[in-house]
Write a protein that binds this ligand. Sequence first.
Ligand code: NAP
Length: 333
Amino acid sequence: MKTKQIILQARPVGKPTPDDFKIVEIDLPALQSGQLLLKGLYFSVDPYMRGRMNDAKSYTAPFKLNDAINGGVIAEVIESKSEKYSIGEIVVGALPWQVNCVITDDAALQKIDAKYEHPSYYLGALGMPGLTAYFGLLDIGKPKTGETVVVSGAAGAVGILVGQIAKINGCRVIGIAGTDEKAKELVETFGFNEVINYKTTTDLKAAILGTCPKGIDVYFDNVGGEISDAVIANINFNARIVLCGQIALYNNTEVSMGPRLQPILLTRSVLMQGFIVSNYADRFEEGTAKLKLWMDEGKMIYKETIENGFENLPKALIGLFEGKNTGKMIVRI
Ligand code: NAP
């Protein structure tokens, strides 16, 4: 059987381009005992993948040149020579960017309810981004009722949840996002108190002070760069900064310089802590259960931006760096 695969053809310098990827056709091996044939249904594109395109040491290994890209995928079992999986079951796991793939049944796959209305949410609100928002905000941010929480990258897969979890915890929530449409939707549909469009605001520091007259108690940082400089200038005594992502810097080819933040952190007794969601792997079950409960109770809602077609995976990934998504960016086959 033949299938399509997307490989990393070149390591990007700066923002990735379509030429960094290539679609190839490969032969799949015949299914052996203990193996499954999967068909990809929904593919996740995530900002961390940009880091894996570099040949640099990090918390995940770099993608190999001329090898399949690999990421979060929801797939259907279409053939099984394993007692653990049956045809028709739906699984989520880290899988290659291939329309079909053969894997062994000891791979780290999670079965999901085939009848669940939104299986792709297991790549978003009920998956890695949801757990990132949940543990980052609650475990590091420790928001208290009446406090002010600012979240950058507010309209994205993680940010849209951070704002809602902060509201559930009784906080005033200010988002920062890149278009007026996103800002309007975050306020009207997702319950944010106010949202600043960082692309049209000339004095971000003043705008943040205007929306946070009592200062900022928790900053959930998804983007870094000048946006975070402006937020941290307004940070309160004993505030917590949750260092989740730095997407504004991922395509930089030189080390970016900014203000020295240590005097502010020191004199205001601020905690700033980075984290990787996998630090919380032993509590994922707890996080997923809570997120699912909030979704089922209607306390939390979610949104996806869906691109159709396997060949659009590179375009969707590049789109993250152009603000093309609201909520989770997904590619549906
Ligand atoms: P996302 O927010 O769904 O997608 C990226 C968004 O970032 C875009 O839609 C865009 O929205 C914004 N953006 C792109 N370039 C920007 C720039 N130069 N300056 C400011 N904003 C920019 O992505 P996500 O999956 O939710 O991830 C959000 C952040 O969390 C990323 O930095 C990611 O690496 C990080 N993350 C960390 C962990 C962890 O374990 N620590 C786990 C998951 C994600 P606008 O229209 O608003 O510009």
